[in-house]
Design a protein around this ligand. Structure first.
Ligand SMILES: Cc1cc2nc3c(=O)[nH]c(=O)nc-3n(C[C@H](O)[C@H](O)[C@H](O)COP(=O)(O)OP(=O)(O)OC[C@H]3O[C@@H](n4cnc5c(N)ncnc54)[C@H](O)[C@@H]3O)c2cc1C
Length: 441
C-alpha cells in the first residue's frame, strides 16, 4: 500500500487511525487471545460511529483494500496481513429499552458489557460461558452458552442487524427487510459486511441456580455417561456445563430459575447420587451476570491450539474412552476439554428456519483447548488434538464457525444448499471479497 494512503482517509472520519509502528498500534496487537496468529495490518481504524464505518468501508472499496473487524479478538479470522482492521473500542454502548425488553448493542462490546448493563434491569440476553469474550464475534457465529437450552442461541434473539456492505451502504436487516441476509447473519455473520449494531430481545432473569461438583480423573466415566443419558430426558430449563482437565471432571449444574424450585434442587443434587463427587460449590442462587464472570480469571492470552466439532449423538462409552485416554496422554498435561450442551430451544423450529446455523440437532459441542507454553511442543500438541478428534470423526456432525480454523466455508456449512446460498450472499454484499479475506467461498 502507498505509505501515505491513510492520509486520504483521515479527513473522512471522526475516529482514530493508528499507523504501523505507533505505540497504539503495538498495544492493539497485544490485545488478542491467541498470539500465534500472523497479524500485521497496514493500520488500525477506530470508528466512533456508523458513519465512520461506512466512510472507511467505501474508502477500502475505492482503493481495493481488504479489511477485517475485531471485537474481543478471540478468533484468528479477525487477524489480517496486508489490509486494515476496524477496532471497535470506541463503540461499546449498550442501550436497554426496559419497556419493550430490547437492547441495542454496539460492535465493541464484550459479553460482560452486555450482561452488566442488562442485569441492571433484571433482564438477560443469552451469550456464552464467560464474560470476557467479544459479544460481536460470539453472536455472529451462533453463540452457545449457559442459557442456550432455555433461550436458544445468541443469534436467535437478534431481531435487527445494521450492516455496512462493501460499497459502504447501510443495510437494515430484520424479519421484514433483507431477510436473505438475516438468514446468513444468524450463524455466518462475519462473512458479508461490518455489523454496526445489533437489536436484541431480552428476557427477565436476575439469578440462576448453580451447583458445582468435581470428580477425580479416575472416576469420570460414570458421571459422564449419566450426564449423556440425562440430556435426552430433562427439560429446557436444565443443563450441565462439563469441563475436563488433568485434575478431573468439573460439572456445573445450571437451572434457569429465579428461585430454588423443587426441580432445580433435584437437578443440582442428582449428581450427588453418581459416584462420589466433591461438592465444590453448594447449590445457590447466583446473579447471572456474576456467574458469567466465574471463569474469566482462567482465560489468559497466549499461544493456543483449539478446535472441536459438534457431535451427532449424546455422550457414549466410546466418547468417554477417547476423552479419558486423551486427557491422560497430553504432551504438556495442560489441556481443557469442554462439552457444551445444546438441545432444548436450540432445536426450536422457528429458529431453525430463520438461520443458517448448521448444527441445531447436535446434543453437544466438543472442544479441545491446549495452551502452547513451550513452542517446541506445538507440533506434538497439534498431533495429539488431531489424533483424538480423528478417532471421533464418525461421531462428528460438523465444525463450529466460531471455533474452527477451517477457512473454507463449504467445510463448515457442509450442506451444499447452505454453502451455495452463503456464497450468493457474499457475492451480493461483498462482490470483491474485500471483507475477511481469509475466508474462502
Ligand atoms: C476463551 C474463549 C472462550 C469462548 N467461549 C465461547 C462460548 O462460551 N460460546 C461460544 O459460542 N463461543 C465461545 N468461544 C468462541 C468465540 O465465540 C469466537 O472465538 C468468537 O469469534 C469470539 O468473538 P470475538 O469478538 O472475541 O472475536 P474477534 O476475533 O474479535 O471476532 C470474531 C469474528 O467476528 C468478526 N467481526 C468482529 N467484529 C465484527 C463486526 N462488527 N462485523 C462483522 N464481523 C465482525 C471478525 O472479523 C472475526 O471473523 C470462545 C472462544 C475463546 C477463545
Amino acid at each position: 500500500m502507498d505509505k501515505d494512503l491513510e492520509l486520504s482517509l483521515k479527513p473522512l472520519i471522526n475516529g482514530e487511525i493508528f499507523k504501523k509502528g505507533s505505540e497504539e498500534y503495538n498495544l492493539f496487537l497485544t490485545k488478542r487471545f491467541d498470539l500465534d496468529t500472523p497479524n500485521q495490518p497496514w493500520f488500525v481504524v477506530q470508528p466512533t460511529n456508523e458513519h465512520d464505518i461506512a466512510e472507511t468501508v467505501k474508502w477500502c472499496n475505492l482503493n481495493k483494500i481488504t479489511f477485517t473487524a475485531v471485537c474481543g479478538g478471540h478468533d484468528p479470522k479477525s487477524a489480517i496481513e496486508n489490509g486494515i482492521v476496524f477496532d471497535f473500542s470506541l463503540m461499546k454502548k449498550v442501550v436497554v429499552d426496559e419497556v419493550n425488553k430490547t437492547a441495542i448493542i454496539e460492535p465493541g462490546c464484550l459479553a460482560g458489557d452486555v450482561e452488566n448493563e442488562t442485569s441492571k434491569y433484571g433482564l438477560v440476553f443469552p451469550l456464552g460461558h464467560i464474560s470476557c469474550v467479544g459479544a460481536t464475534g460470539l453472536i455472529l457465529g451462533g453463540g452457545l452458552g449457559h442459557l442456550s437450552r432455555s433461550l436458544g442461541l445468541s443469534c436467535d434473539r437478534v431481531i435487527e442487524y445494521r450492516v455496512i456492505a462493501s460499497d459502504g451502504s447501510i443495510i437494515v436487516v430484520n424479519s421484514k427487510e433483507n431477510t436473505d441476509l438475516l438468514w446468513g447473519l444468524r450463524g455466518a455473520g462475519f462473512y458479508f459486511g461490518i455489523v454496526s449494531s445489533f437489536k436484541v430481545e431480552l428476557q427477565p432473569l436476575k439469578n440462576i441456580v448453580v451447583a458445582t461438583y468435581a470428580y477425580p480423573i479416575d472416576k469420570i466415566a460414570e458421571p459422564l455417561l449419566e450426564l449423556g443419558r440425562l440430556h435426552n430426558v430433562y427439560s429446557d430449563l436444565q443443563s450441565y456445563s462439563i469441563n475436563l482437565s488433568m485434575t478431573g471432571l468439573t460439572v456445573f449444574a445450571i437451572y434457569h430459575s429465579e428461585t430454588i424450585t423443587e426441580e432445580a434442587k433435584q437437578h443440582c443434587e442428582h449428581l450427588l447420587s453418581i459416584g462420589s463427587p466433591i461438592p465444590f460449590q453448594p447449590m445457590a442462587l447466583v446473579p447471572y451476570a456474576t456467574f458469567q464472570k466465574t471463569f474469566d480469571s482462567f482465560i489468559t492470552n497466549g499461544k493456543y491450539y483449539e478446535v472441536g466439532p459438534f457431535l451427532k449423538s449424546t455422550i457414549n462409552q466410546e466418547l468417554v474412552d477417547v476423552l479419558v485416554s486423551a486427557i491422560k496422554t497430553h504432551p504438556t498435561q495442560s489441556p481443557v476439554i469442554i462439552l457444551t450442551e445444546m438441545g432444548g430451544q436450540v432445536q426450536n423450529d422457528s429458529y431453525r428456519t430463520s438461520s443458517c446455523f448448521p448444527a441445531r440437532d447436535s446434543p453437544y459441542h466438543l472442544f479441545f483447548s491446549s495452551k502452547i507454553l513451550d513452542d517446541s511442543k506445538r507440533d506434538e500438541i497439534i498431533k495429539w488434538t488431531d489424533k483424538y478428534l480423528n478417532s471421533l470423526k464418525h461421531q462428528a456432525l460438523c465444525e463450529y464457525a466460531n471455533t474452527s480454523y477451517e477457512t473454507h466455508i463449504h467445510k463448515i456449512f457442509n450442506e451444499k444448499q447452505s454453502s451455495d446460498k452463503l456464497k450468493q450472499l457474499k457475492n451480493k454484499y461483498d462482490p470483491n471479497h474485500l471483507f475477511n479475506p481469509s475466508i474462502k467461498f
